[in-house]
Ligand binder design. Structure first.
Ligand code: GDP
Length: 498
């Protein structure tokens, strides 16, 4: 029997099998080095190529990041509108290229966006700089030793946070207005075109046809000549990066297990700051560590009328019972006749961690396991750290609780999640857990049948993928192009890695 703190196989060590770098002061970010003691579920092992590539990328972030001469020169060039020709006669370090990732929408969206931007930065040898909006600077430790990933406050494109589909410098608009052209010269590079100092990549879920050309090889070649890219996405765009031919070989080498991409990127990038880690660690030790098995249930309802929905409650319990994740409860009449024998030393308890904006589901489930005996005699305790009632945008304590709860879910043995929710995607990926997904009901008075199903992988779903074949230049089903990129169970047009 596992007893807390847990330490399992050789690669479930403090550096997570080489995923993490040695170069940090431990006290500045305790979670980075303590997480492995809290994880019951063995993690996947990162490939040697991924480990080597991360160390190389850290070196790039230090060499070209904020407070370096290269960064200052690149920023000056951006300020001058790119008048100094970047490609010609530049000293070696002036070839530093940058990707700025805008942070907006909910925490789950922001985490998936930053992970996507990071992978794209690694694939294209760009320095990743993250916009610090929405507490991004307060929730996460710095991921790269000896430098910062936060975009400096004096970044010259002052209006970047308002960039939208209408921004003239968006890649889509520049294509449409022929400011940029693919296939200008032999090899399709941008030699004939006047390159702008930056391009804005509008990859938000509402993006248009021209913006989606980002996912084509010719366009990637063109973009590789632009020194500054600013990306806005609320999605996990990674599955579609796996369909870009020029990235495929490298992605195969980095991720021989394609269903563990976010698992590795997430555990590499997102470490709760000490304040958030306190919330996680205290809660875990007090309420969850004593149980033999931990079941995480993430209840995310997208309709206000479902704050107290008997249908959703029925969906949760029938999922947990049908899949034998939790013991069923006996009828009220049977309960008194079934006193559970107390066996010393036999820990048969299960703890349920409910996360939800509302308290109602937790109260019902907890009441049920108190008032009734279980058919198996197991004891079931039920816990919910907070109920914030609604999403408070940009409020510090709210964001910290959301991050702590996502993280606590990732420490469970088993997960039941709500389909469509990026909050659940992050938890399942960090935890290396293939969840049982509760499908979104067709309307608020029906219970889906079946209530839930086992997901095909722990990867997040990309909710807004392009459905376009770059080579044939026509629409296509991108869920049918390669065996490891498939449609999602919860969002039928979405794409996920398996
Ligand atoms: P999604 O909307 O489900 O895809 O997830 P996001 O994380 O992007 O946005 C939902 C936001 O609502 C979260 O970031 C939190 O701020 C809040 N939220 C949703 N569910 C919970 C929950 O179970 N616990 C807490 N503390 N906050 C939640």
């Amino acid at each position: 029997d596992a007893s807390f703190p847990y330490a399992r196989s050789a690669h479930d060590n403090r550096l997570l099998g080489g995923l993490l770098s040695e170069g940090f002061e431990e006290k500045s970010c305790s979670s980075r080095y303590e997480t492995f003691l809290y994880r019951r579920n063995p993690a996947r092992r990162p490939s040697p190529h991924l480990v080597a590539r991360l160390r190389r990328h850290e070196e790039l972030q230090r060499r070209c990041g904020p407070n370096t001469d290269s960064y200052n020169r690149a920023v000056n060039r951006l300020r001058d509108g790119g008048k100094v020709d970047a490609a010609a006669h530049a000293p070696e370090d002036d070839r530093c290229k940058y990707l700025v990732s805008i942070s907006y929408r909910g925490l789950g969206n922001r985490i998936l966006a930053a992970a996507s931007a990071f992978l794209y930065a690694v694939l294209t040898d760009r320095v990743l700089l993250v916009d610090r909006s929405n507490e991004m600077d307060e929730l996460f430790c710095e991921p790269f030793p000896g430098t910062t990933w936060l975009l400096p406050r004096d970044f010259p494109l002052a209006s970047y946070a308002n960039f939208s589909a209408d921004t003239a410098e968006s890649y889509g608009n520049m294509l449409k207005n022929k400011v940029l052209r693919t296939k200008t010269g032999a090899g399709g590079d941008a030699s004939g075109a006047q390159l702008s100092a930056f391009a804005y990549l509008h990859l938000d879920h509402d993006y248009g046809h021209d913006d989606k050309m980002f996912f084509c090889d010719d366009d990637q070649r063109l973009l590789s000549n632009v020194q500054w890219l600013v990306m806005r996405t609320d999605s996990y765009i990674v599955p579609s990066l796996f369909l870009v031919t020029s990235f495929q070989e490298e992605l195969d080498a980095l991720f021989p297990e394609r269903d563990a991409v976010f698992h590795h990127l997430g555990r590499y990038l997102f470490h709760p700051t000490n304040h958030v880690w306190g919330l996680v660690a205290r809660y875990y030790r007090a309420y969850l560590a004593p149980a033999r098995q931990l079941i995480g249930i993430q209840v995310r309802v997208f309709d206000r009328r479902q704050a107290k929905s008997p249908h959703v409650l029925q969906q949760i319990t029938s999922c947990a019972w049908k899949e034998k994740l939790l013991p069923e409860v006996l009828d009220a009449e049977e309960t008194p006749a079934m006193p559970t024998p107390t066996t010393p030393g036999a820990n048969r308890s299960k703890a349920v961690l409910v996360t939800s904006l509302r308290p109602w589901y937790y109260e019902r489930i907890k009441g049920m396991y108190w008032e009734r005996a279980t058919a198996t005699g197991e004891d079931v305790s039920v816990h919910q750290p907070s109920h914030e009632e609604y999403q408070h945008f940009g409020e510090k304590s709210h964001e910290a609780k959301a991050w702590a709860e996502m993280y606590l879910l990732s420490l469970c043995d088993v997960l039941v999640t709500s389909g469509w929710s990026t909050f659940g995607y992050v938890a399942q990926g960090l935890g290396g857990l293939k969840p049982w997904v509760m499908y979104k009901p067709a309307n608020i008075t029906t219970v889906p049948d079946p209530p839930c199903g086992r997901d095909v992988s722990m990867e997040p779903c990309f909710h807004a993928p392009p459905l376009y074949d770059c080579k044939l230049k026509r629409g296509t089903d991108t869920g049918e192009m390669v065996p490891h990129v498939r449609h999602c169970d919860d969002v039928s047009w979405g794409l996920k890695l398996i």
